[in-house]
Design a protein. Structure first.
Length: 76
């Protein structure tokens, strides 16, 4: 089920609160604790290519843009 489907169904069921409560109990998406969707870039929100080292929580694209500002040097 996609996010748009989820929003459509909850919007339709707002008229019937008892049915909505039961639907949410059984079909609500789970909070992610592991995997790709659990970690996202704090700057842009991307999920892939996540740099978790040093507590950065940035994707590699954002890291390249702000690495010198943070204090990292590029050694060639």
């Amino acid at each position: 089920m996609t996010a748009s489907d989820w929003k459509k169904i909850t919007k339709q069921l707002k008229v019937k609160p008892v049915v909505l409560e039961k639907y949410l109990k059984h079909n609500k998406p789970k909070d992610r604790k592991r995997g790709v969707a659990a970690q996202k870039c704090e700057r842009c929100g991307r999920f892939g290519a996540h740099i978790h080292s040093y507590g950065l929580n940035l994707c590699r694209h954002c890291f390249r843009e702000i690495a010198t500002e943070i204090g990292f040097k590029k050694y060639s």
